[in-house]
Design a protein around this ligand. Structure first.
Ligand code: PLZ
Length: 450
């Protein structure tokens, strides 16, 4: 086990799985009752336990149960929860000043984060960045920038896409329940076309792209399109990796038609897939990239980074917000970027991919045809579950395996339009030992289905 130190130099959390009560334990049960009474029912929940401490590769609950973390708070704590460098940076910043509003009195941290993202995003062209709070807010602003630049309105999005829960981003998101049900009317001028989903459509990237682009030309008209917005790997949609060639074909179409190519890298960005950004795996350089989640180690921060001439097409004060690029979040982001670079975490994501894929192939071999697809990149890997011998989604099997994992100290989450995808998003600070132990429990979970 690797010895870890906290930011204050004290001993870190023991890196082990430990189940000492029924899940949830008594303290979590009491808090769940208070939650039920005080928190709006509409706020979703995965785990019935409340956290007390977390770090490295574990989340420890108020009853002393220690869960192996395969969720990273939905792909946020890529460098680990409370990573020591992030903790010190935030502590120092909090003591200096918590907020002035960058639009009122600016601070260097904001500029430094923009410089870093301009450097780290794909492409050698001149870039500019603006900072916001959430992924949805970044996506909304990218659309604003693209519309202003092109003086066009239509935005093209894809089946299985997820872009957020605000009014515009609900319109951009594909799946109805739970995200959109009853929340309309939705924003206009959003058009959805088919994506590339190799497991389900069996098409190569060029064919899938040709069909999507034909639909755009015939039903929307290329000259009406401000932006094509796509996640390079669909996140909430189930870690759908488009067939090779699909993203480059969209990129080419954007070039040929003066359309802004926006990569939503909110979930895939910042080392998650073994590259700084997932579109690098396909050699695609977006015009605009939306960034959030992993960028600030758990503090709320998001960004739009893109071609300087497109970003600067917006009039002064056309972009902003009270909290965008909050100083604590900027300090955290700079520490996250430093940690990824200093600890070689891009390579670690690739190692995690190899370990998970190896174990999942083994588990699939024993799972009687229930695991029909293993996919993803880096530390963003998923399995799609079907009724054996068919391609029919099996969300019940997912629920049963997840319940086994949760009861046995492994924190996993699901995804997919059909609710039949189990996704693994471990922090890059997790040990091989914990990953292997989590895969053992997962294998046991599948064994209970037989
Ligand atoms: N774009 C690609 O993955 C957030 C959603 C969790 P916010 N995904 C997790 C939930 O159920 O609300 C996401 C994403 C992509 C945009 C977003 C939105 O990011 O920070 O949640 O607004």
């Amino acid at each position: 086990m690797t010895e870890m130190l906290t930011a204050t130099g004290g001993p870190a959390l023991p890196q082990s799985r430990r189940v000492v009560t029924a899940i949830p334990g008594p303290k979590s049960q009491a808090l769940m009752a208070r939650r039920k009474a005080a928190v709006a029912d509409g706020v979703g929940g995965t785990m019935p336990v409340f956290v007390e401490h977390a770090g490295g590769g574990v989340v420890v609950d108020v009853d002393g149960n220690s869960f192996i973390d395969l969720a990273s708070g939905i792909a946020v704590t890529t460098v680990g929860i409370s990573e020591p460098r992030v903790v010190s940076a935030v502590q120092e910043q909090a003591a200096a000043f918590t907020h002035t509003c960058f639009m009122v009195v600016p601070y260097a941290g904001y500029v430094e984060v923009c410089e870093a993202l301009n450097r780290l995003t794909p492409g050698t062209h001149a870039k500019k960045t603006a900072l916001f709070n959430s992924g949805a807010e970044a996506v909304e602003n990218a659309v604003k920038v693209a519309r202003r630049h092109t003086r066009r309105q239509a935005v093209v999005v894809f089946e299985h896409a997820y872009h957020g829960r605000t009014n515009l981003t609900m319109a951009l998101t594909a799946k109805n329940a739970p995200y959109k049900d009853g929340f309309g009317p939705f924003a206009p001028e959003v058009y959805r076309v088919q994506t590339s989903y190799p497991f389900r459509d069996g098409k190569d990237g060029a064919t899938a792209a040709r069909e999507a682009l034909l639909k755009i030309e015939k039903e929307i008209g290329a000259t009406n399109v401000a932006a094509i917005l796509i996640e390079p790997i669909m996140g909430e949609g189930g870690f759908i990796v488009p067939a090779p060639g699909f993203l480059p074909a969209l990129r080419e179409f954007c070039d040929a038609n003066g359309i802004v190519f926006i990569a939503d890298e909110v979930q895939t960005g910042i080392a998650r897939t073994g590259a700084w950004f997932a579109c690098e795996h396909e050699g695609v350089v977006p015009d605009l990239i939306t960034i959030a989640k992993g960028v600030a180690g758990g503090l709320p921060l998001s960004a739009v980074t893109g071609r300087a001439e497109i970003m600067d097409g917006i009039h002064t004060s056309g972009l902003g917000g009270t909290y965008g690029g909050n100083p604590l979040a900027c300090a955290a982001a700079l520490a996250v970027i430093e940690t990824i670079e200093a600890d070689g975490l891009l390579g670690r994501a690739t190692e995690i991919e190899a370990l998970l894929r190896g174990r999942l192939v083994g588990i699939a071999g024993e799972a009687g045809g229930r695991i029909a697809d293993i996919r993803g990149r880096g530390a963003m890997i998923a399995i799609e579950l079907v009724k054996p011998g068919t391609t029919e989604p099996d969300p019940q099997a997912v629920s049963a395996v997840v319940a086994h994992c949760h009861a046995n100290g492994v924190l996993v989450i699901t995804a997919g339009t059909y609710g039949n995808v189990l996704r693994f998003l471990p922090p890059l600070s997790i040990s091989d030992e914990l990953l292997n132990e989590a895969m053992d429990i997962l294998g046991e979970g599948f064994a209970t289905l037989r």
